[in-house]
Write a protein that binds this ligand. Structure first.
Ligand SMILES: Cc1ncc(COP(=O)(O)O)c(C=O)c1O
Length: 353
């Protein structure tokens, strides 16, 4: 601890992102990035904006991008908020809606940034165990004080929670704000966006990082009731008025407009996931049903930590969480067909070792 640190900073337990190795010799299946490049239209849009205009600040509201997102998701432009990655949107949402709350309720196994935000904003994290099969029983959240947040599909399990259960939660708890983090929703799960108009207690957060191959540009967005969006703008404008730079705004706008490319690559990833699951099951792995661009797996005869190390030495990076209930699992991002073939070819050797 440094003598200049505030008590808050001394107490923080920051998020630890997945490794981004500098050398290129790894097959990188550890941070749920998209293995395919962004749409060619995105590259054209960025290039078009690499000019003297960069001396000017970007549009603080990113209005063109918000309009395109509103059009694509069937909501009004005042129902859309954009931020510097969905991590920033999540942080602003915690600040806008949960700081000062009695507690925030989320699953025991979930995105590990949520407890970090609780620490940052001084609110109690109330974790509720997932079922034994890692499904999320939302009835356990009825009547709890404070807000609710969970990803759908969940991370790092990949399991989807059905819309009926989500709607029941929203209807039974009209005074509770429910945030659904849909970072992976485009890989096969049903989005709760269709419920936004009917439930002012719902905020849906999505990202351009996964299904639109733009993790490097840092763009995320929230969709919800106008009052919720206004609150997010109030927090943003009390912190950083220009979270999205000019290139990010034009890149994300072009990505949202190229629906054909988007549908092609997400379909491709879903196909590769199906083949990967078959291959892994053939090698004796148990695979949690996934609607995401990753699979969560364990091998009954092999220690996950050791397997992680062996894969790493063999040039394949996956994610291992040394945490209660999941320390015998590995999270494997779905890469290209070729990358997954290499994984499936190297695994038998490592398992026999
Ligand atoms: C569940 C979940 N939510 C949000 C994010 C953040 O995504 P980004 O900040 O790149 O939009 C991630 C990233 O891995 C995630 O797994």
């Amino acid at each position: 601890m440094d003598k200049f640190w505030s008590p808050l900073v001394s107490r923080l337990q920051p998020y630890v992102p997945g490794e981004q190795p500098r050398d290129q010799h790894y097959i990188k299946l550890n941070t749920n990035e998209n293995p395919y490049p962004p749409s060619p239209q995105v590259i054209t849009a960025i290039n078009r904006h690499v000019d003297a205009g960069l001396r000017l600040y970007p549009d603080p509201q990113a209005l063109s991008l918000c309009e395109v997102i509103a059009g694509a998701t069937g909501v009004g432009v005042r129902n859309v908020f954009v931020g510097n990655g969905s991590d920033e949107v999540l942080a602003l949402a915690f600040m806008a809606f949960f700081s000062g709350a009695e507690q925030v309720n989320f699953p025991d196994i979930t995105y590990s940034f949520y407890p970090v935000y609780c620490g940052l904003f001084g609110v109690k994290a109330n974790t509720i165990p997932l079922e034994d099969d890692f499904s999320l029983d939302l009835r356990r959240y009825n009547g709890l004080p404070g807000g609710i947040i969970f990803p759908n599909p969940n991370a790092p399990t990949g399991r989807e929670t059905g819309l009926q259960a989500i709607e029941a939660l929203l209807a039974e708890n009209p005074d509770t704000l429910v945030i659904i983090d849909e970072a992976y929703v485009d890989f096969g799960a049903k989005s709760a966006l269709s419920l936004v108009g009917r439930y002012p207690n719902l905020l849906v957060i999505q990202t351009f990082s996964k299904s639109r191959s733009l993790a490097g540009m840092r763009v995320g967005f929230a969709i919800g009731d106008k009052g919720l969006i206004e609150a997010l703008n109030r927090v943003k404008d009390s912190f950083n008025s220009y979270p999205l730079d000019r290139l990010a705004q034009s890149a994300a706008t072009a990505a949202m407009q190229d629906g054909i490319y988007f549908n092609n690559i997400r379909r491709k990833i879903i196909e590769t996931r199906t083949q990967t699951v078959e291959g892994l099951e053939g090698l004796g792995f148990e695979v949690v049903p996934s609607q995401a661009n990753f699979v969560f797996v364990r091998h009954p005869q092999h220690d996950a930590g050791e397997l992680y190390e062996k894969l790493r030495s063999a040039g394949i990076l996956v994610r291992y969480f040394n945490k209660p209930r999941i320390d015998q699992y590995l999270r494997i991002t779905i890469g290209t067909d070729d990358e997954m073939q290499q994984l499936l070819q190297r695994l038998p050797v490592l398992l026999a070792d």
